[in-house]
Design a protein around this ligand. Structure first.
Ligand SMILES: *Cc1c(COP(=O)(O)O)cnc(C)c1O
Length: 441
């Protein structure tokens, strides 16, 4: 492999600019874009653009292409399915792939109890269906969610998402019965005990029969890769048990090896009554799943769940390939190695630069937060300038966080050591150079 990034033009190059102008004329303006570069093909952890530039991918299309955007096993299994048929609608006539994906998830999702699974297409759909199922099971209306949470862009999941802009601005009114409790954010929020006490108070105030579901990300994604303070998830598990609330763990971003464990809830030794997966599940094809206690999952009446494309056969074939990659005993140790590399490059910056507030995360889901020293006033401008410097140098990074002041790293789990090193060197150099500009200003 020639060294990467390999740039032949400025980023974006002339052909990308041309296509982007056509996009602006044809595509609704509501679609944002992190980096207006058009992709022509992909390697294991690189993307080639239409101008011949090779970029390092530290985003995986937002935690989707964990096995790479051109994984040979995914391609092989999807191609084999493509030769047979593309769709029947599982609610019209059945196919085996759907069942095999459900079985694998039932076996591997945390929780020492009998499980069943429903497949859908998007993460938001999985969240919505978990709420439907929890309501059918409990006969209760309410949905309890956490500060800084992200659960999707559909109407119900927008209501469940905390951040107003850009997700909710001008799109209301939203469905009711969604109540938000505090987060145990170690840098900025309440401590575990205070957050849990407030959530307990909210539950009691609404009455014993109000909440059907408590939905939580084990590590928040869009909210800023917030790893909750110790004991928070276990405390939520206790509250859910005490009040008969279905605990729904949204592992849509964290699941399937991303954090160095198969599921992030394993870091806290807890299991949801329902666990949600999507993003990495379909290896780039749209697929999501709701997996949970068999008695809860079976509470929805026959015909009550589904969707035209739910568990599409091509996406199921891709998921079976993803599972094979995840079962490679070398994979999760590699993810731990990704975390070590990221920490080795970024943790020295905590000491060296006063604008770095925190380096956090697990496995290949790591973030660095920028804020003013002392006050912790968020510095979204710095995160944005650093991300732009990385983009110009051929490294795809994303920002996130309630205040937009966090750079998040989501490399493919199969990224080659040399590519990861090259990407992290560019990121660290970009942070140092923007910090120096800032100090000089
Ligand atoms: C991305 C995401 C969703 C929504 O998934 P979509 O496929 O975009 O609908 C829900 N929850 C979490 C934690 C996510 O990261």
């Amino acid at each position: 492999m020639t060294s990467v990034p390999h740039l032949l033009t400025e980023i974006p190059g002339p052909r990308s600019r041309e296509l982007h102008a056509q996009r602006e004329a044809a595509v609704a303006s509501g679609f944002g874009v992190t980096l207006p570069v058009f992709i022509a093909s992909a390697g294991t952890s690189t993307l080639q653009d239409v101008d011949g530039n090779t970029l390092i991918d530290l985003a995986s299309g937002i935690a989707v292409t964990s096995v790479g955007a051109a994984n040979p096993l995914v391609r092989q299994k999807v191609a084999a399915q493509l030769d047979l048929f593309t769709h029947t609608c599982f609610m019209v006539t059945e196919y085996e792939g759907f069942v095999r994906v459900a079985e694998w998830l039932n076996d591997h999702v945390p929780g020492d109890f009998e499980k069943k699974t429903g497949l859908f297409s998007t993460g938001a759909e999985a969240v919505e269906n978990a709420v439907k199922i929890a309501r059918a099971y409990s006969g209760r209306p309410g949905v309890l969610v956490i500060d800084e949470a992200y659960h999707g862009r559909s109407l119900l999941t927008m209501a469940m998402t905390a951040k107003e802009h850009p997700y909710k601005t001008s799109f209301g009114p939203f469905p009711g019965d969604v109540v938000r409790g505090p987060n145990a954010n170690p840098l900025r929020g309440a401590g575990t005990d205070a957050a849990l006490a407030e959530i307990e108070r909210i539950v009691v105030d609404h009455g014993a029969d109000h909440f059907a579901a408590l939905v939580v990300e084990p590590i928040q994604g869009e909210g800023g890769f917030v790893v909750p303070a110790e004991g928070f998830l276990a405390g939520l598990r206790r509250i859910a048990d005490a009040h008969g609330i279905v605990l729904v763990i949204d592992e849509i971003q964290t699941g399937l090896g991303r954090t160095g464990r198969l599921f992030a809830s394993e870091h806290d030794g807890i299991a949801g009554d329902i666990t949600l997966t999507a993003k990495a599940l379909g290896g780039g094809l749209p697929l999501s799943a709701v997996t949970g206690r068999a008695d809860i999952m079976d509470a929805a009446h026959a015909g009550g769940l589904g969707g035209t494309y739910a568990g599409n056969p091509l996406a199921c074939a891709a998921a079976l390939a993803v599972f094979e990659v995840l079962e490679d005993p070398d994979l999760l140790p590699r993810v731990a190695g990704i975390e070590r590399s990221i920490r080795r490059h970024l943790e020295p910056l905590l000491v060296e630069l006063d604008i770095v507030a925190e380096v956090r995360g697990h496995g290949a889901m790591m973030a660095i937060e920028f804020a003013d020293p002392g006050t912790l006033a968020p510095r979204a401008d710095l995160a944005q300038r650093i991300a732009s410097a990385c983009h110009a140098a051929g490294v795809i990074t994303l920002t996130c966080g309630t205040f937009g002041n966090v750079i998040r790293l989501l490399p493919p789990l199969v990224i080659e050591d040399a590519v990861l090193e090259a990407g992290l060197e560019i990121l660290a150099a970009s942070i140092r150079s923007i910090a120096a500009e800032e100090a000089a200003a």
